[in-house]
Design a protein around this ligand. Structure first.
Ligand SMILES: C[S@@+](CC[C@H](N)C(=O)[O-])C[C@H]1O[C@@H](n2cnc3c(N)ncnc32)[C@H](O)[C@@H]1O
Length: 290
């Protein structure tokens, strides 16, 4: 991955408004990616606001270092998962989590990079945000039980034919391992992106334990916010959105957004990848004594 980014940040203006970004504030960007949200936070908190930026993907680190040089004393980057933010021992005025993957993980400046996230390229089936830890998607499809694969497909891909596809995966792997994106597309037996995208997304969410990490990350965020600090979360999947909605309801947050904010018509036109994005935000309130 180069330091250049092809990722287009989503709901940037809405995120800045939701966090009420101000000069002198301290912010956590838990999902740095292409750096667009960090740049927006730095600009809105000019001249002395500070950003701590995190990303789990080691290939994002050079861009993080480049930002540290570009914004001396104002941005610090750490290659780590946002659910470990308590390790930073810091309190923030605002935290943003923009979930999922960035366009840079599909291809760097338009060139394939072989991470296995995309069904339109022939690549090894990896899909890990951090390729140095955990099992790859190929390993997951080799080791998961029929029940686990069926459950993953029905819960996350909302696929009506989950059991049929899970059986095909289990049968195929007996004779030939599913090692590449092309192998997986062949097993699915359908080249329609509307069929492939949710299946690839479901496998990616499982491989990276994204829901588990989201739940832990939200609880960590609650402890890392100053009083009246704000949390904004951008989701791309209905199950993630439900987790965020329940979290705000069950914890001591005053909602900034009564309903989730979706991209405007203009944003949808200029960046179709934003179509499933939903932003929810809340302000942490002191626990009332009862
Ligand atoms: C949608 S992109 C973020 C884009 C970014 N907000 C921007 O404006 O360019 C999501 C990023 O989050 C990272 N990511 C995913 N899970 C993470 C986690 N648990 N901790 C930290 N980063 C994570 C991915 O590696 C990816 O770079």
């Amino acid at each position: 991955m180069t330091n250049e980014t092809i990722h287009r940040s989503v709901l940037t203006a809405e995120m800045k408004t939701a966090l009420a970004v101000k000069s002198g504030g301290t912010y956590l960007d838990g999902t740095f990616g292409g750096g667009g949200h960090s740049a927006a936070l730095l600009e809105a908190s000019y001249p002395d606001g500070k950003v701590v930026a995190l990303d789990r993907d080691p290939m994002v680190e050079p861009r993080g270092r480049q930002y540290e040089e570009r914004y001396p004393g104002r941005l610090v980057f750490h290659q780590m998962s946002y659910h470990k933010m308590k390790d930073l021992n810091k309190l923030f005025d605002g935290i943003v989590l923009d979930l999922g993957m960035s366009s840079d993980q599909l291809s760097a400046t338009g060139e394939p990079i072989g991470r296995g996230f995309s069904f339109s390229r022939d690549e090894p089936l990896d899909m890990r945000f951090d390729p140095t830890s955990g099992a790859s998607a190929a390993m997951f499809l080799r080791q998961a039980s029929l029940l686990e694969i069926t459950r993953m497909l029905s819960e996350l891909a909302q696929d009506r034919y989950s059991l049929t596809l899970a059986r095909k995966i289990v049968e195929t792997r007996r004779t030939s391992p599913i090692k590449t994106t092309t192998d997986l597309v062949r097993v699915i037996g359908n080249s329609n992106p509307k069929v492939l995208a949710p299946i690839f997304q479901a496998i990616r969410i499982s491989v990276n334990r994204e829901l588990e990490i989201l739940k832990a990350g939200l609880l960590a965020a609650k402890e890392c916010l100053r009083q009246d600090g704000r949390l904004a979360v951008i989701t791309f999947h209905s199950v993630e959105d439900r987790i965020v909605k329940s979290f705000f309801r069950e914890n001591n947050f005053e909602l900034v957004t009564k309903k989730p904010i979706a991209p405007s018509e203009d944003e949808l036109q200029s960046n179709p990848s934003s179509r499933s994005a939903h932003l929810r935000a809340g302000i942490i309130k002191e626990e009332s004594e009862s």
